[in-house]
Design a protein around this ligand. Structure first.
Ligand code: IMP
Ligand code: MG
Length: 179
């Protein structure tokens, strides 16, 4: 049986998103900002964030899949969908749902950097620093969380639970243990 326990309720998520948006608005004052939303997990976070940033915003989307098993990304990343427009000379903020090992992001940031943006930074809703195996510079973090598997607010388990309005800890127990 899959059970979900609330870790970060919706009000806390949205309050933190507002703080991040205010910080970003201040840091990029006078600039146009391009948000790159990494599908599918960061869709919910990106829209909430974009609505609260008080700057001219452009949005683009990228979808990547990492080779490896379900729980460990290998670091070899395949681009499933690339962004539509050039980022050369643009201020770019990559928006992610969660940084875990950091393998996906370090590949992605290196690739985007090679395309010569005016600036490149990373904003993640969640960070599990204890799981990091590569060095990734994160400029904006919503919440640091312990090493638990979480779902909701865009994050999935086998494509389920993305639309939950909160972040919850998923636990899976054996069905047949009794009655
Ligand atoms: P990394 O390359 O190991 O940093 O992988 C990050 C990706 O793994 C995220 O974009 C998520 O898709 C996935 N991921 C890592 N931890 C979780 C979790 O707790 N819940 C849901 N997905 C996760
Ligand atoms: Mg993801």
């Amino acid at each position: 049986m899959e059970n979900i326990k609330v870790m970060i309720p919706e009000e806390r998520l949205l309050a933190r998103v507002r703080e991040l948006a205010e910080q970003i608005t201040e840091d990029y004052a006078g600039c146009e900002l391009k948000l790159i939303c990494i599908l599918k997990g960061s869709v919910f976070f990106t829209t909430e964030l974009a609505k609260r940033i008080n700057l001219p915003i452009k949005l683009d989307f990228m979808s990547v899949s990492s080779y490896g098993d379900d729980t460990e990304s290998s670091g070899r990343v395949r681009i499933v969908k690339d962004i539509d427009e050039s980022i050369r000379g643009h201020h770019v903020l990559v928006v992610e749902d969660i940084v875990d090992s950091g393998r996906t992001l370090s590949f992605l940031l290196e690739l985007l950097q090679s395309r010569q943006p005016a600036s490149l930074a990373l904003c993640t809703l969640l960070d599990k620093p204890s799981r990091r195996v590569t060095d990734v510079q994160v400029q904006y973090t919503g919440f640091e969380i312990p090493d638990e598997f979480v779902v909701g607010f865009g994050l999935d388990y086998a494509q389920k639970y993305r639309a939950l309005p909160y972040i919850g800890i998923l636990s899976i127990t054996d069905d047949d243990v009794e009655g």
